[in-house]
Design a protein around this ligand. Structure first.
Ligand SMILES: Nc1nc2c(c(=O)[nH]1)N[C@H]1C(S)=C(S)[C@@H](COP(=O)(O)OP(=O)(O)OC[C@H]3O[C@@H](n4cnc5c(=O)[nH]c(N)nc54)[C@H](O)[C@@H]3O)O[C@H]1N2
Ligand SMILES: Nc1nc2c(c(=O)[nH]1)N[C@H]1C(S)=C(S)[C@@H](COP(=O)(O)OP(=O)(O)OC[C@H]3O[C@@H](n4cnc5c(=O)[nH]c(N)nc54)[C@H](O)[C@@H]3O)O[C@H]1N2
Ligand code: SF4
Ligand SMILES: [Mo]
Length: 667
């Protein structure tokens, strides 16, 4: 038995180092190690059982070509050589007849690092002149909102939560999505820290919190602005800190004055006494840290929601101490080097397509019309909005669909050609954390199953087939890594650190204290509380609250939080349980619904047939159907994504997964 050190690149903030045991060329055991700051020797069940995914029956073993109607499930196995010839011929034909913009690379890459998200795939599509993809599934609104206020500035390290006296979890559910933060929070609480959770659901941590604000989905703007207003009017604002470090203070104060505690509580469905208690607790606690998650950005007010919450530590002057400030979605550590150097091809001036509005693009774009969707690092049938339309469009005879994936996903099932992809245990990866501020260089630990190939192998071969390789191009993982680290002065030290221990810390430091070790990354190094660019972009201006779109016909807000057992749709093939829609005791009662009943959930975009689960954790007016379910998990083959309109949030074209309004009835 051999043991290998590698790291988990999945779309998870924790970035665990792993010890993988291999026997006779097969992975037999996976354990967490202690190279990262919070893993502490344990990992989640998903990765502990990764061999079920690696060696499962859904794994794609060889290239497949459709042998019947789209989605018929009939395939012909072909050689890689034949598959590449078919793809290259078709791409060249589309380029010659309609132009390369008719080709759309469709990829997300949340569970991928610098070698499999970017690299030769991006070089290939950019050089080809394909349409660009605006990647707005996740963190888009958060990123522009945070960078508008603070520029690129690393937040509080997750390991430093131990030092906090108040921890606020705002639209985030670490018990499922960042499990290693839970023991850190527990240690802080053992030292006297208070815990506040702002979430429509009573999540596991909300149930144990000192205060749970069960906001209506999308109502974070009034809640945060009312808190800001109260901080200012009650003398809790840190005027000295604001004078030194912030701009547009008066303008924020003016905009926040629109919301009293009472009005905000009414809009958000809170008890005003609870919101009041939050303000007082926040004002009086230090270090106080706010962990913003992703739950609150996915609605019409998402960008302003994040901005208003992240303005709180500035107004209250919570920075400057270890464990004080905020941690946002991608924690913005500074690395100096970036994946762009490995792509080594500029973005062409071709059209950009918002991935969250792909159905609209497929239906309406002309000049040229989309003729090819090349899907990799993504399972859009399970994860994109407007599922019903997407499935219809993928079935179009004049749309050429290629899917490169590890398993036969719901998207792959509708493809013309399916190509087998390697997993992170079968290829090298260079991954920087977005929660934990570290980078791992993680080697492959076993040979690929069947004929699986990595993204760089696939797109390297296509670059060659289409005669697009140029002299001096870095074509191997090794050469790409070398090019990445040669691109900036910090690179050499980082590479040396990785060579020595396979894990590296960013140039901004592992645990920076904001406003002591790091300052805002804005041009004047100040916090911009009402940044002009965002104010122009957000409809009605930044911090505008767009009211709840519920109607008599569709009165319930549908949210689709993460499952503990999957990463988005990844590992969904392993789930056998049917989907249940959770709804509150009252909402169930008025509809005569009981746990276990067959129900339908619908709106103008689609309909889902599933089972009801009456849950005391859910507030009235909200229903929950998790993200990442597969078509097999519901009675009619549609999931929550069939109910999600292709609308975008107020900033960055962010998808609005948590903003559908629906009705529910027994079937
Ligand atoms: N209803 C609803 N839908 C949502 C959300 C929601 O809240 N509600 N949230 C959204 C969020 S936050 C996100 S991040 C997106 C994620 O949406 P996706 O990007 O679609 O993520 P996954 O479902 O994890 O699918 C990733 C796929 O890539 C494959 N893959 C992994 N590594 C490789 C590789 O190296 N090469 C290739 N070729 N393939 C690989 C995996 O097998 C998997 O099938 O989903 C969004 N969808
Ligand atoms: N086990 C597991 N881990 C994961 C993932 C996974 O699918 N499974 N996904 C990974 C990915 S891609 C991401 S983006 C992260 C997501 O990590 P999280 O942000 O923790 O995940 P979500 O469950 O999408 O949303 C968090 C919470 O937001 C709440 N919420 C919904 N709408 C609102 C709102 O309007 N306001 C407020 N205040 N709260 C709201 C939901 O009830 C939910 O409890 O986790 C990553 N880690
Ligand atoms: S998914 Fe997250 S918790 Fe699980 S092993 Fe990977 S980094 Fe760790
Ligand atoms: Mo995400």
């Amino acid at each position: 038995m051999e043991q290998h050190s590698t790291a988990c690149p999945l779309d998870c903030p924790d970035l665990c180092g792993l010890t993988v045991s291999v026997e006779n060329g097969r992975v037999v055991d996976i354990q967490g190690d202690r190279r990262g700051p919070i893993t502490d020797g344990f990992i989640c069940g998903k990765v502990r059982k990764f061999t079920d995914h690696l060696y499962g029956t859904d794994r794609i073993a060889a290239p497949l070509v459709r042998d019947g109607a789209k989605g018929s499930g009939l395939w012909r196995t072909v050689s890689w050589d034949d598959a590449l010839t078919l793809i290259a011929t078709r791409l060249q034909l589309i380029r010659a007849t309609s132009g390369a913009e008719a080709i759309v690379p469709y990829h997300y890459g949340g569970s991928n690092g610098w070698l499999t998200d970017g690299g030769l795939a991006m070089r290939f599509f950019r050089r080809l002149g394909a349409s660009n993809l605006d990647r707005t599934y996740c963190g888009a609104a958060t990123t522009v909102a945070t960078q508008g206020l603070y520029g690129r500035m690393p937040g509080v390290a997750l390991e430093d939560y131990e030092h906090a006296k108040l921890i606020v979890l705002w639209g985030v559910n670490p018990a499922a999505t960042s499990i290693h933060l839970v023991p850190v929070i527990d240690r802080a609480r053992a030292n006297g820290a208070k815990l506040v959770v702002v979430d429509p659901r009573a999540t596991p941590l909300a149930r144990r919190a000192d205060l749970h604000l069960a906001v209506r989905p999308g109502a974070d703007v009034p809640v945060a602005l009312a808190a800001i207003h109260a901080l200012f009017t009650r003398g809790h604002a840190n005027r000295a800190f604001l004078a030194e470090h912030a701009a547009e203070v008066d303008e924020l104060e003016r905009r926040a004055s629109a919301w009293s505690i009472e009005d905000a509580s009414r809009e958000a469905g809170l008890d005003p006494a609870d919101l009041d208690a939050f303000v007082e607790l926040y004002a009086r606690s230090s270090p106080a840290v706010i962990r913003t998650g992703w739950g609150m950005e996915r609605n019409r007010n998402g960008g302003s929601g994040i901005a208003s919450v992240l303005a709180l530590p500035a107004v209250a002057g919570k920075f400057g101490v270890r464990g004080g400030g905020y941690t946002m979605a991608n924690n913005d550590a500074k690395w100096g080097v970036s994946a762009e150097a490995g792509i080594a091809e500029p973005t062409p001036p071709t059209r950009s397509i918002n991935m969250s509005q792909i159905t609209t693009a497929l239906q309406t774009l002309t000049a040229p019309k989309i003729e090819c969707l090349f899907v990799f690092n993504c399972n859009p049938v399970a994860t994109a909005p407007d599922q019903r339309t997407l499935i219809e469009e993928l079935r179009r005879d004049d749309l050429f669909v290629v899917v490169h994936d590890q398993v036969m996903t719901d998207t792959a099932a509708l493809a013309d050609i399916v190509l087998p992809a390697t997993t992170f245990l079968e290829h090298r990866e260079l991954r920087r954390g977005y929660g934990v501020m570290r980078m791992f260089d993680s080697p492959a630990v076993v040979a690929p199953v069947g004929e699986a190939r990595s993204n760089n192998q696939l797109f390297g071969a296509l670059l060659e087939r289409l005669d697009m390789v140029r002299p001096g191009d870095a074509m191997t993982d090794e050469a790409i890594v070398a090019q990445v680290f040669a691109s900036a002065p910090e690179g050499a030290a980082l590479q040396a650190e990785l060579a020595a221990s396979a894990v590296a810390t960013p140039s901004s430091g592992a645990r920076p204290i904001t406003f002591v070790d790091v300052l805002p990354g804005t041009p004047d190094q100040k916090i911009h509380l009402v940044p002009a660019e965002l104010d122009r972009e957000a409809p009605g201006g930044l911090y505008t609250y767009h009211p709840d779109p519920r109607s008599e016909e569709f009165p319930l807000a549908l949210i689709s939080p993460a499952l503990a057992t999957q990463i988005s749709s990844t590992f969904g093939q392993l789930r056998s349980a049917q989907a249940s829609l959770e709804l509150s005791i009252n909402d169930a009662a008025v509809r005569g619904i009981q746990t276990g009943d067959a129900i339908r959930v619908w709106n103008l975009h689609g309909e889902v047939h599933c089972i009801a689960k009456v849950a005391s954790e859910i507030r009235d007016g909200v229903v929950v159907l998790p993200k990442g379910l597969w078509r097999k998990h519901t009675a009619n083959g549609y999931t929550s994504n069939a109910l999600i309109p292709p609308n975008v949030a107020d900033l960055a074209g962010q998808a609005t997964f948590n903003d559908a309004r629906v009705q529910v009835a027994r079937r």
